[in-house]
Design a protein around this ligand. Structure first.
Ligand code: PEP
Length: 245
């Protein structure tokens, strides 16, 4: 059976303990969603968010992890610790990590290996810049990022791929449905041989997903959910996206 579609929220460096009230609101409005729901708060909030959710139908994830299990890596968080405090997922290779911290595809693959070893599902992000799209390089960029970022041992159960065009993140701009369909079809094809159960790997679209465009995006072939930034912070915005899946 194919895994359930996934509505994933990335709080980025937003939120605090008071903001966990949004979790209560989301659970109250969507106690039994048809899709799987995931929220990824800043690491210090993972444990409190998990406790707040209790037995509710929301999974919790981190936004990054280190490739090593432990050691002298000041400021970093291990995959095992994320798992220990209640995470089931971790976002890896987000374009903001790639840009702000110089993360390469090889770094992302190493982190994904660590995530898998810790029992976390890795949400591996790929996406082209606007300059790359304008230069007609989108498919080549995505293919190269997939080839470099997906580690040995990836399966449909432990890996999710998020296509996030860098120019669509936080801008209010989205690709056309045809452009998203083209990239998602390429990703599905490139996963063959690279991931066990490639047809069942959930392929998310991310970049300015809002209540008003979610249904149209979710109707695109090979779109199995969304990775949502700004619109995941408030239940009033994220709830309708969850309901659209
Ligand atoms: C993101 O950063 O993963 C993202 C998709 O952001 P937004 O939804 O705000 O564009």
């Amino acid at each position: 059976m194919a895994p359930r579609k996934l509505a994933a929220g990335n709080w980025k460096m937003n939120g605090d303990l008071a903001a966990l009230a949004e979790v209560d609101r989301l659970l109250a409005a969507h106690p039994a969603p048809a899709c799987e729901v995931l929220l990824c708060p800043p690491a210090p909030l993972v444990q409190a968010m998990k406790a707040r959710i209790g037995g509710g139908a929301i999974a919790v994830g981190g936004q990054d992890c280190h490739a090593r299990v432990s050691g002298a890596h000041t400021g970093d968080v291990s995959a095992a610790l994320l798992k220990d405090v209640g995470a089931d997922y971790v976002i890896l290779g987000h374009s903001e990590r790639r840009a702000d911290h110089g993360e390469s595809d090889a770094d992302v693959a190493a982190k994904a290996t660590a995530a898998h070893a810790a029992g976390l599902v890795a949400v591996i992000c790929v996406g082209e810049t606007e300059a790359q799209r304008d230069a007609g390089e989108t498919l080549a960029v995505i293919a190269a990022q997939l080839a470099g970022s997906i580690p040995q041992g990836a399966t449909a159960a432990n890996t999710v791929i998020a296509y996030e065009p860098v120019w669509a993140i936080g801008t209010g701009r989205t690709p056309t449905s045809a452009q998203i369909a083209e990239v998602h079809a390429l990703m599905r094809e490139r996963l063959q041989g690279a991931v066990s159960g490639a047809d069942d790997v959930r392929l998310l679209y991310g970049g300015s997903v809002k209540p008003g465009n979610a249904a149209e995006i979710f109707a695109i072939p090979h779109v199995d959910g969304a990775l949502v930034g700004g619109a995941s912070l408030k239940a009033a915005d994220f709830g309708p996206i969850v309901a659209a899946l």
